[in-house]
Design a protein around this ligand. Sequence first.
Ligand code: HEC
Length: 127
Amino acid sequence: MIKPQQALHTVFKAACASAAVIGLAAANLAHAADAGNGKVLSDSHNCAACHGVNLNKPVSPEYPKLAGQHADYIYWALRQYQMGTGNPHLGRNNAIMQAQVQSLSQSDMKDLAAYIESLDGDLVQKK
Ligand code: HEC
């Protein structure tokens, strides 16, 4: 038989779990990526100076094409540059891109990622 204290404990655990789920859902809903703002940010940060016209014609081969890349990947790449290599499992340490992302918030990076994904580019997925 379940003792009252155990039952309370179970109710408490269930309440915590649902609070966590609701919190996660809220965090996801809190910011729907805005590609329009992504374009504004891309222009004001001069991303095209290196990644080229429409972020699809890099000025030099060591600068990647971005246009059309999946937003999830772009967002994560930007986060990695921002984290740097303080955490060796997560960070990217390219000094040029690290400098580009320092002033960006998480929602800025999501907006940039949505904008980049929306662009027509040369990147293709072959199956
Ligand atoms: C001064 C040149 C320069 C500017 C300006 C610049 N980038 Fe980059 N970007 C680079 C270089 C160089 C790399 C490759 C870095 C590496 O090897 O990790 C890169 C890589 C990236 C990547 C990773 C791509 C991949 O396929 O992994 C993303 C995403 C990116 N840049 C987005 C941006 C955005 C968004 C902006 C504007 C906020 C920007 N870049 C501005 C030079 C630049």
